[in-house]
Write a protein that binds this ligand. Sequence first.
Ligand code: NAD
Length: 365
Amino acid sequence: MILNITALPGDGVGPEVTEEAIRVLETVAQSFGHELRVTRKNVGGAALLASKDPLPTDTLQACFSSNAVLLGAVGGPSFDEFPRHLRPESGLLRLRRELGVFANLRPAVLFPALEDCSPLRPEVVRGTDMLIVRELLGGLYFGEPRYTQGDPGGRIAVDTMKYSEPEIERIARVAFDLARTRLRKLTSIDKANVLDCSRLWREVVTRIGADYSDVKLSHAYVDSAAMVLAARPADFDVILTENMFGDILSDQAGGIVGSLGMLASASTGGAVSLYEPIHGSAPDIAGQGIANPLAAILSHAMMLRYSFKLLAEAACVERAVSQVLDNGHRTRDLARPGQKSITTSDMGRLVVEAAKETAAQRVAS
Ligand code: NAD
């Protein structure tokens, strides 16, 4: 198969983790007899510096003419004072909107070898394996009007949370369909005791749930769900939630399973799907070669599974990651006090070697 991919490494640790993930992808493609074609383009701060636009036209065109898009991360403190439309993050939001990727899938899985990396006790975190389905194109991040007005000292700022029934319905169906491939347990998270958007959300999700009587649906308020996530993370199977709640809860889930550097994501539902680690550009560690590339690598595995239906290839990447962790290798974010840590490129190299071995065993059997 020809895998025609656009890679947008972006800013900060984005290029560091993306390059390692592409190395793993090249290995798997070669081992399984596929041809990988990667076009690299700028996005975010890198694109702003090169062409004064966080999402240049040629980047978008390249994305549309490929089978899948891989993104690193965007943003950084040097862009914090830029006007909103010129911030790196607005390039990413535009990219998601242009591609029409409304369904963001964020698996938060505790690898058994990382039990002692969680801030939670092993018996609490053991068995955590949830899929957060986050609505990606609505809510506060896209609602209009949004503005800041007035004079310093008396300014007001407005953001708008807005959801339509069709927007809720389409993401709910994605989540219910995915629940059917898992434990058939879906928790819809909202703030229906306060927000109109959430009341509509709950009503529509309940209505769609009637078409999925084999899936056990429950509803939770976001504040109480955040507490349960910390107290009993293994209770969750599929979480369905709106844009901002999903953004926040998935970072919390990242902390729970050991590190933000472990959480992959797939943004689907549009013309071309987008795969990216959930973490940001991590300016505090960028350029030091110590970022954890596993979230990026696991995002590429999601791409193999969802965009190309290459299930054995995706499993090969996931098994390689698992094996490297089982062998005790840790980047700094995963290392316990006194434990040796390895660099971003060492972690990439080890996953490449493990993937080669896994692919060879498969061919032999
Ligand atoms: P962040 O996710 O970049 O970092 C949060 C913490 O996690 C930091 O301590 C960082 O060192 C650590 N971390 C993140 N990724 C890691 C990795 N792969 N390995 C090891 N440690 C890792 O969030 P932030 O600091 O709030 O944001 C930094 C910038 O990134 C901001 O400009 C923000 O807007 C942007 N951001 C971008 C995205 C994206 O591109 N999708 C997502 C979130 C934040």
